[in-house]
Ligand binder design. Structure first.
Ligand code: F6P
Length: 455
């Protein structure tokens, strides 16, 4: 059987269980990788003069190989093109996009360095699965170095319509690079359709059904929504609910309902709008004063990117403003943390919550929404309030769907959730739970690997 080689910018430490800062990618794949797999990527280290030679670690039969980045690579590839150009662009935030030719150059250089380091480790019949926007040109770089085996790519974040993508100067290069893969996967059908349309417009290649026909290659595009290990997460949540940590949380609530949000501190997550939504709940529905506490966990992330620093200052200000306006001497409505919280603790917090607020302005999927559903006690479940612009909304339409740009809609959904009867909560949760248990991390991985095997 062909060996699977996974390539992603971040490589989890062997046997890591992750926290909210890790991002869904590493967590979803970690539960799937089998002994014999090679996982390659960035070590997370920035060094003076990286050798380009990988360092190795082993965990449960999986080999993890990583290389360092130089500070110039880190600035141009990671801070620059990946996170200041592609990330805002693919989250529909053209106003935040910053483009510099030297950053795109650096992006190509690092993809070339990845290919150089990976080539000597490859066998002819390996199947390579590349993840996310940092590594779009990797297949092209590997093909140029002589690798002819199967290579697939999965985009964990949204894909945009042609009218948005065209703002990026090297849009055509990126589309051509995507067409060097055998399989290209997206979280939703909408992203898939946008990709096919962009491929047609920017490359001039023909599109037949879900395939792009290039010179001598057929690229198959698929929609393959990512999921979680739902049964595993539900077990962790039930166990965590009985720990001293969650008991402390319950004691601190003294019977108040808990609304919870947890994610990386990122402008795509709609945090200021959500804070404003909570403030409107408190001003428009004063009956909830003293009966609700909101816990926002926003794990610090990408702190070298200017927009993230601006956002952090804005959230500090908004949190202070809300608590200044509404607190009473024995009730502080908003609890705001920017530390990482371990997944086992998060699972217990989700289970203890009456409301899960997941309101990104745009998101590829959003696994927190799925984790919140899996963590609930089916006899007394909390209510999921979900952005209509998260990929997860395609599958979780029985959540309370909101437009995250409208703080009043967030406030009204919170009010509805707080007043919702136990019967309605159970009914909605049962439907959501089926969806989350149906499309799991294992299914996501199997669908992709089967498509790659068939390429
Ligand atoms: O899930 C999207 C993603 O960008 C992953 O590719 C990434 O590893 C994660 O979020 C966390 O971001 P970063 O690697 O920049 O810390």
């Amino acid at each position: 059987m062909a060996r699977l080689v996974i390539v992603s910018n971040r490589v989890p430490p062997p046997r890591a269980t992750g926290g909210v800062s890790a991002g869904g990618l590493a967590v979803a794949l970690q539960s799937f990788v089998e002994p014999g797999t090679l996982w390659f990527g960035w070590s997370g280290r920035v060094t003076e003069k990286p050798s380009g030679k990988p360092g190795f670690a082993d965990g449960q039969g999986v080999t993890y190989a990583t290389i360092d980045l130089s500070s110039e690579d880190y600035d141009r590839f990671y801070v620059g093109f990946a996170n200041s150009s592609l990330w805002p662009l693919l989250h529909f935030r053209l106003g935040l996009m910053r483009y510099r030719r030297e950053d795109f150059e650096g992006y190509l250089v690092v993809n070339g360095n990845f290919a150089d380091a990976l080539m000597p480790m490859l066998r002819d019949d390996d199947m390579i699965w590349v993840h996310d926007y940092h590594l779009i040109p990797l297949a092209l770089a590997l093909r140029e170095r002589g690798f002819n085996g199967r290579i697939g790519f999965f985009l964990h974040i949204p894909f945009v319509p042609a009218s948005v993508l065209e703002a990026l100067p090297p849009a055509r290069d990126l589309l051509r690079a995507l067409c060097a893969y055998d399989v290209v996967g997206f979280q939703t059908h909408t992203h898939l359709e946008d990709f096919l349309d962009c491929a047609r417009r920017f490359t001039g290649f023909a599109v037949e059904g879900q395939e792009v026909v290039t010179n001598g290659r057929r690229v198959r595009a698929i929609a393959d929504p990512i999921g979680i290990d739902a049964a595993g997460f539900a077990r962790v949540a039930a166990r965590s609910a009985g720990t001293a940590y969650i008991q402390r949380v319950r004691d601190s609530l003294i019977g108040r309902a808990l609304a919870i949000s947890a994610e990386r501190l990122d402008y795509s997550k709609g945090l200021p709008n959500r804070f404003e939504g909570f403030a409107r709940l408190l001003s428009r529905f004063p009956q909830h004063h003293r009966h609700i506490s909101m816990l926002q966990i926003a794990a610090r992330s990408r702190e070298d990117v200017a927009e993230y620093q601006v956002l952090r200052r804005e959230l500090d200000r908004l949190a202070g403003d809300i608590n200044g306006r509404f607190s009473q001497f024995d009730w502080v409505p908003l609890r705001y943390m920017t530390q990482t919280v371990a997944r086992t603790k998060l699972a217990g917090l989700f289970r203890a919550a009456r409301i899960g607020l997941v309101t990104p302005l745009r998101d590829g999927m959003n696994l927190v929404a799925k984790e919140f559903v899996a963590a609930q006690d089916p006899a007394d479940p909390g209510v999921l309030i979900l952005s209509q612009f998260a990929g997860a909304a395609e599958e979780l339409s029985d959540a309370l769907l909101v437009n995250p740009y409208d703080p009043d809609a967030i406030a009204e959904a919170m009010h509805v959730a707080l007043e919702m009867s136990i019967d309605e909560r159970r009914e909605r949760h049962a439907v959501l739970r089926r969806a989350v248990f149906d499309v799991t991390a294992a299914r996501y991985c199997n669908v992709f690997v089967d498509a790659l095997r068939g390429a």
